[in-house]
Design a protein around this ligand. Sequence first.
Ligand code: MTE
Ligand code: MO
Length: 181
Amino acid sequence: MTPRILLAALLLIGAAGTSAGAACPGGVSSSLSVTGEVMRPTVFNLAKLQKLPVAQENVTYFAAGSVVSESFTGALLWDLLNNSPVGGIVTDPTVKNDILHKIIIVTGSDCYQSVFGAGEVDPFFGGNQIMVAYATGGQSLGQNGFARIVAPVDKAGGRFVSNIVSIDVEDAGSYQGKPPR
Ligand SMILES: Nc1nc2c(c(=O)[nH]1)N[C@H]1C(S)=C(S)[C@@H](COP(=O)(O)O)O[C@H]1N2
Ligand SMILES: [Mo]
């Protein structure tokens, strides 16, 4: 390899290395896709989210060391996954409590991510009223996108993924045997 070709090859490798960055441009989200082990994968915009039963939550949490109190309006994550149009998480009735195997991966436009256990939000188990919020104080969420997670029992805002672009449901079993990242 001539030095020039070697340089070109290195630049290409470098570009490939930054392609994850290109997939996470950040910015204000205006739709999110629900994918993975659900009955009907669905793309939601604000109007579609507003068709789900409306939930209201007053939460107080730490954000970067300061206490924030906000009144959020949105849909419960459980309702979003189980009501029409998504219609539920796919489970295998022959597997004991298969719902407890399911992982809900929420991703923001900047690729900020948090996972939630289906058992944590299932009203029969944890019943945590985790919300996909689309308004705060009666206003849209502005720079936080059209939708963000609100986890009312959390102490800090780290799981409040803003600018949601995807909610992906996966099975813990599919990760077994994979090397840790
Ligand atoms: N998409 C995205 N969501 C995010 C973050 C982020 O970096 N990207 N930071 C989180 C953290 S660490 C906190 S404390 C809260 C801060 O939210 P607030 O400034 O609106 O209170 O947002 C959370 N949601
Ligand atoms: Mo934070």
